[in-house]
Design a protein around this ligand. Structure first.
Ligand code: CTP
Ligand code: MG
Length: 242
């Protein structure tokens, strides 16, 4: 009860200082490592993975508008899903690009009048409203905040010959996830300036010289990449009592 009240207060404060907040959900990959199954429409707890993701953003009070980026073949199916599930915050469902960053750029170009944007992988269906809220709260200070968890395995750096060059201390190593939250002007400038290929949005912001803060993500916030991940996501979904 107390936590609910605290959350409500944080929500109200954030909502007034950050608003309007947009979300870009990227789901336009080809899902090659998943094999035959279209991972965005694979079922998790009986509903499509993509539906699980968009539902969380739709329910989150801090999110004002959502753009969903999908492959050309999935445009119709996704729009239909939106109608069925009453996604009134979804202002656009648009086609993605060749690389993930092209899909994000396509999504950003469809968001109007937002001060902040939360970018999230459609392939991470275990995202929670708390992760979105914490990201927005952290980003308020630096302009950019990214969900991440401390590395649990030992990481080695090796050459192409696989000979180990060094073993960095685990102490400062983090595995990065989404949500990634940015002030709208910072992320749009980063996308305009940096054309290098990257694997996350924060890299572009870092390369543009802005500070990026890591905030505690969740080990359960996995990315569904292979069929094994989908099986694990199902177990985690049940674990959360959903
Ligand atoms: N993504 C995207 N557009 C792309 C590539 C990726 O919107 N051109 C999205 C994916 O749909 C996914 C997220 O970015 O939600 C992370 O990508 P990843 O897990 O690599 O998914 P895919 O690229 O679809 O899978 P694969 O790399 O196995 O083909
Ligand atoms: Mg990929």
């Amino acid at each position: 009860m107390i936590i609910d009240e605290e959350n409500k207060q944080v929500n109200n404060r954030l909502a007034s200082s950050l608003s309007p907040v947009g979300a870009v959900i990227v789901a336009a990959g080809s899902g090659e490592r998943m094999g035959e199954v279209d991972k965005m429409f694979a079922l998790l707890g009986g509903e499509p993975v993509l539906a699980r993701v968009v539902d969380v953003f739709q329910s989150c009070d801090l999110i004002d508008r959502i753009v969903v980026v999908v492959s050309k073949q999935s445009l119709k199916k996704c729009r239909q899903l939106g109608i069925e599930r009453g996604w009134f915050k979804v202002v656009d469902v648009c086609p993605g690009g060749e690389r993930r960053q092209d899909s994000v750029a396509a999504g950003l170009s469809r968001l109007r009048d937002c001060h902040w944007v939360v970018i999230h992988d459609g392939a991470r269906p275990l995202v929670t409203e708390d992760l979105i809220r914490h990201g927005l709260a952290e980003a308020e200070e630096t302009g950019a905040a990214v969900a991440a968890v401390p590395v649990t395995d030992t990481i080695k750096v090796a050459g192409d010959d696989r000979l180990v060059q060094h073993t960095p201390s685990r102490h400062n190593l983090w595995v990065v996830q989404t949500p990634q939250v940015f002030r709208f002007d910072i992320i749009t400038e980063a996308y305009r300036r940096v054309k290098a290929e990257v694997t996350d949005d924060a890299s572009l912001v870092e390369q543009s010289g802005y500070k990026v803060k890591l905030y505690m993500g969740a080990y359960d916030n996995i990315k569904v990449t292979t069929p094994d991940d989908l099986a694990l996501a199902e177990v985690l979904w049940q674990k959360h009592g959903k």
